[in-house]
Design a protein around this ligand. Structure first.
Ligand SMILES: Cc1nc2c(=O)[nH]c(=O)nc-2n(C[C@H](O)[C@H](O)[C@H](O)CO)c1C
Length: 153
């Protein structure tokens, strides 16, 4: 089993390092890393991680900026990542933290780390322990900020 990690130099936190560290806490798997300049470069990095470097699942980590043009970029990158999943029949866990989700740099750093760690656990579950995800179905999980919990009538 091999998990790929694709991340960017645009991000203001080293999301790839954090993801690697968290995966290693939960599973003994091979890890392949591929760093690109920005989020629009992630889809082909993911495809190469799957097709050329034998990854079974990939995490795509990135930080869209707060400007309107960054949001367009994020949408385009997401579409590329979805297409890549369909082309390769492999999961790509998209971990995007929009810069304007946080009120300041300190909260941004915290959120990027937290979301990356929680999705790294999801990646391990998806790859190795899918029954663990089944147990969490419908429980209102969120990655980063607090879980919202299940809705009750
Ligand atoms: C406008 C813009 N915004 C972002 C962003 O918010 N986050 C990010 O990671 N990268 C951005 N980029 C860079 C592109 O994703 C890409 O790296 C370049 O267009 C080179 O292919 C661009 C060009």
């Amino acid at each position: 089993m091999k998990i790929g990690i694709a991340d960017t130099t645009f991000a203001r936190i080293d999301m790839g390092r954090i993801a690697t560290e968290e995966i290693r806490k939960h599973a003994s798997v091979g890890i392949e890393r591929y760093v690109v300049p920005g989020i629009k470069d992630l889809p082909v990095a993911c495809k190469k991680l799957i097709e050329e470097r034998g990854c079974d699942l990939v995490m795509a980590l990135g930080m869209p900026g707060g400007a309107a043009k960054d949001k367009v970029c994020a949408h385009e990158a997401s579409q590329g990542l979805i297409l890549c999943q369909l082309m390769t029949n492999r999961h790509i866990i998209e971990v995007f933290v929009h810069e304007d989700e946080a009120k300041d740099a300190k909260e941004l750093a915290w959120l990027m780390e937290q979301r990356t760690r929680e999705h790294a656990v999801n990646a391990v579950r998806l790859a190795l322990r899918p029954k663990d995800l089944e147990k969490l179905a419908g429980t209102g999980q969120r990655q980063g900020f607090e879980d919202v919990g299940p809705a009750r009538p």
